[in-house]
Design a protein around this ligand. Sequence first.
Ligand code: PMP
Ligand code: GLN
Length: 383
Amino acid sequence: MKDTALRIADFKDSIFGVISRLAREHGAVNLGQGFPDFDGPEWLKDIAYRKMQEGHNQYAPFPGSISLRTEVSNYYKSLYALSYDPETQITITVGATEAIYVVINALVNPGDEVVVLEPFYDSYVASIKMAGGIPVPVTMHAPDFTVDKGELARAITPRTKLLILNNPHNPTGKVWSRQELLDVCELAIKNDLYLLSDEVYEFLLFDGAKHLPTATFEGMLERTITVSSAGKTFGLTGWKIGWICANERVTRACRLIHQYVTFSVSTPIQEAVAEGLKRLPSYLPGFVELYKSKRDFFHRELTGLGFDFKIPPGTYFMMVPIGSKTKLSDVDFALKLIQDNKVATVPPSAFYLKSRDGERYLRFCFAKKEETLRQAATNLKGL
Ligand code: PMP
Ligand code: GLN
C-alpha cells in the first residue's frame, strides 16, 4: 500500500494520551493529563439534559448556535470591554483544539514561519506542520519562564506570519505581566504579525492576579485572534466547546475551514454552555476558590516532600523541578514514578523544540479530588 501523508511523518502519539494509558496500565494516580477527576456543576448538567429534552438536537448553525455566540460576546464585553459581533466575529469550535487548528490553517501558507513560545501546548506545532508552516521556537527561560525581548525580536523574520501566546500558561502556571504582554504586542505590531492568544485558562487565576486579554492592548484588537474553551471554565473538559474571536476577515477564513472540518458543534451542549456563561458572575468565585484550595494543598504536600518551587499564579498545572530528586531526565523519571510510585505526571520535554529545560521538570495537574492529591503525595513519600 502507498504511504500515508508526509506532513504527519514525524507525528507521535500525544504525550497526554500516552501518559493516561500508562497510568491506567500501571494503576497509577493520574496527575498527568489536564482534566478534573470530579464532575462539573450539577446545575449545568441539568441544563444540558433539559436542552436535549426541549429539542435542541439537530445541527446547529455552522458558526455556532446564536445563543452561545451572543453569550460569548456578552462576557467579553462585560468583563474586558471588548466588542465582538456574534454574527461576524465569533465562531464556536470543538474545543480550543479545533480552534487552534482552524486559526493556524486559516492564516499560515506553506513556508510561513510561526513563532511559538516554548514550553508550548503540543497542538500548536502539530497544527503549524499540518498547514505546511515552520514552527520557530523561542524559549521562556526558567525558573520564571521569562522571554528575552531581544531573542524574540531576532526570531521574527520577513516570513513570520503569526505568533502564538498562551496566557495563563500551560504547563508552567505562569500569568504574564502587563509589561511582558506589552513587549510581545509591540513586536507583533512592529512586524505586522497576527497573534493567536490562547486564553483557555482565563478564569483560573489566583491570589488577585487579573486576566489581561491580549486583544485589549492598544493596536492589538485587529491582529489578535483569541481562543478559549468552556472545558476549563466549567470543569467539563469532555464537553469540548471552544470559540474563536477575531476580526471579520479572519473569522470568515476560519469559518471556511471549520465548515469542512466539523461543520458544527454539539447543539444541546452549546445551548447549555450559553446558559453557563450567563451565570459566570455567581459561578466564578466558588470555582476559583475550589482550585485555589487544591493548588495550596498540593503545593504544601510537594514542598513537604522536598520539591522546591514557587506556587503558580494560574492554570491547574505545576511545573516542578526534579533536580533535587533524580539525575534522570523528565521522561525516564516520569516512567519511574508511574511504575514504582504509581503517580503519573507529564514530562515537559514534549513541549519543547529547542531548549532541553523540560528535562529538569515534571508537570503535575492538581485539578483532582483532595483524596487523589493526598494519595499521590503518599505514593511519592520516600523518593
Ligand atoms: N490550549 C491549552 C493551553 C490547553 O491546555 C488546552 C487543553 N487542555 C487546549 C488549548 C485545548 O482545549 P480543549 O480541551 O477545549 O480542546
Ligand atoms: N490540555 C490538557 C493538558 O494540557 C490535555 C488535553 C489533551 O489531552 N489533548 O494536559
